[in-house]
Design a protein around this ligand. Structure first.
Ligand code: NAI
Ligand code: MG
Length: 487
């Protein structure tokens, strides 16, 4: 990592309405992976910082939980409006720290944060209960109560969008939150917290930075945290679930994926190629849990589709995330870069055929750049076919029989997303119905939309987020009242 010579800011964290450093006084550097420059320092928080944040969230909870839901919602809408005023600034922060290209990704992420706050702000008053028709003399009803202090942990790949989601779901339902940003991308989340702090009562939202193994682990095991919501790798998700088991607290997990994309012979066209590129999240360097990273092409169109795909990928410009011309930015860190190159190399060493891309640097720039990479001739049991690469690496597999391709698509430990491309709606729905995943897209490769119930099955996660019902199920609990009266 190099430094630019300009002064590197020290960015504080938010605990109980107060901005400050970590108790230890230690700092962690944040790097722009497109330039390999240190751009800021954030508190390297430890267990005592988490403990202070939980205390603040606990103190704020009684007043927040009794605020009318519509009032809580109105504050979230106000926060969405506030972010909207600063959307470009936020997008530039996201691009700088994640390496995601400003034009194709970071602006969209900032906009999605606005959208999420407005959505949950509007539906907050749907926190309704039920009544039981027991006749005269007995009244039985439920209310949806908040859980208390939520502990949220987010990754670096869409840090602001995922933080917006966890904040909006927790707070709209009357919980307070301790949120830990990812080591690699805490700046957008901390900036968002500054706007939130101008609007929300102290302690309702606390945002800290710090290492996963220290601050994250303390959140997972803190006795006063009533619910955990985590997005990240399946390995860490498993440890969060284990920590929650000790205290019997509910957990929402959004974990990894290796999502199948099935293309039927009637879809050998440009629109499908564009959709496959979008679904693979090539313009986010493939660093997405929903990346459609296993492409099953019908053998009749295998060569012609691949030809169109490679020529479209060649048109995408790789370069500095902050450059307006860049379609594709940089991989988030040296570690992730090495990991991705390792997967590509292992696929090629085993005899995979490189269609395009590879490990050689695609641009003459001092960042972690990897070209969109497509590999065919892969075995079903190879790591590159089975594991989440979390990089711009697509494996392509030919198929002939509909049942066999469905079986291959389902032969995965993951079950997050799936994509089916066909003009024949019978064929498309028949196939989609058989895929064991949480989210199917037919003839679409885009991202999540607020209102949809989003989440994985198998080792891709537990619970649903993004929708009002997801927030109700995962961020509230029913309390039943049974009242006898003289009827
Ligand atoms: P990670 O799962 O280690 O990090 C995600 C978050 O969890 C970060 O905030 C981190 O500080 C925190 N964390 C890490 N260890 C923890 C622990 N023991 N207790 C509590 N919190 C902890 O993911 P990482 O290392 O950034 O990426 C590694 C791989 O994980 C990627 O290559 C990719 O395969 C996968 N991943 C998947 C994501 C998804 O959205 N499905 C997002 C990020 C990573
Ligand atoms: Mg970074």
């Amino acid at each position: 990592m190099t430094t630019t010579g300009i002064e590197i800011p020290f960015v504080h964290q938010l605990i109980g309405g107060v901005w400050g450093p970590a108790d230890s006084g230690e700092w962690a550097e944040v790097e722009n992976p497109g330039r390999r420059e240190v751009i800021a320092r954030v508190p390297a928080s430890g267990a005592s910082d988490v403990d202070r944040a939980v205390t603040a969230a606990k103190q704020a909870f009684p007043a927040w939980r009794v605020r009318p839901a519509r009032e809580r919602g109105a504050l979230l809408i106000k926060l969405g409006d506030k972010i909207a005023e600063h959307q470009e600034e936020l997008a530039r922060i996201i691009a700088s720290e994640t390496g995601n290209a400003l034009r194709t990704q970071a602006r969209g992420e900032a906009a999605s944060a606005v959208d999420i706050f407005r959505y949950y702000g509007q539906v907050a008053s749907e926190q309704k209960g039920e009544t039981l028709p027991l006749g005269d003399g007995l009244l039985s009803y439920t209310v949806r109560e908040p859980l208390g202090v939520v502990g949220g942990i987010v990754p670096w790949n869409a840090p602001v969008q995922l933080s917006a989601l966890k904040i909006a779901m927790s707070l709209s339902m009357g919980n307070t939150l301790v949120l830990k940003a990812a080591e690699l991308a805490p700046l957008g989340v901390l900036r968002l917290a500054q706007w939130a702090a101008e609007i929300l009562p102290d302690g309702v939202l606390n945002v800290i930075s710090g290492a996963g193994s220290v601050a994250g682990a303390r959140i997972a095991s803190h006795p006063d945290i009533a619910k955990l919501t985590f997005t990240g790798s399946t390995g860490v998700g498993r440890s969060i679930l284990a920590a929650a088991a000790d205290r019997i607290v509910p957990v929402t997990l959004e974990l990894g994926g290796k999502s199948p994309v099935i293309v039927f012979p009637d879809s050998d066209d440009d629109a499908t190629v564009d959709g496959v590129i979008t679904g693979m999240r090539f313009t986010r360097q493939g660093q997405s849990c929903t990346a459609g990273s296993r492409l099953y092409l019908h053998e009749d169109i295998f060569d012609s589709f691949l030809e169109k795909l490679t020529s479209k990928l060649a048109q995408l410009k790789i370069g500095d995330p902050l450059d307006e011309d860049s379609d594709i930015g940089a991989i988030v860190s040296q570690t992730q870069y090495d990991k991705i190159c390792g997967y590509i190399q292992s696929g090629l060493d085993k005899g995979g055929k490189l269609i395009t891309g590879g490990v050689q640097r695609p641009v003459d720039q001092d960042g972690y750049y990897v070209a969109p990479t497509v590999i065919s001739g892969v075995g079903a049991d190879w790591e590159i076919t089975r594991e989440e690469v979390f990089g711009p690496v697509l494996v392509v597999i030919p198929w002939r029989d509909e049942d066999e391709v469905v079986e291959a698509a389902n032969d995965s430990a993951y079950g997050l997303a799936g994509y089916v491309w066909s003009k024949n709606i019978d064929q498309a729905l028949r196939t989609a119905n058989k895929l064991q995943v949480g989210w199917i897209q037919i003839n679409r490769g885009g991202g999540q939309i607020p209102g949809m119930a989003y989440g994985g099955i198998k080792q891709s996660g537990l619970g649903r987020e993004y929708s009002v019902d997801g927030a109700l199920e995962s961020f509230t609990q029913h309390k039943s009242f049974t009242i006898a009266y003289q009827g």
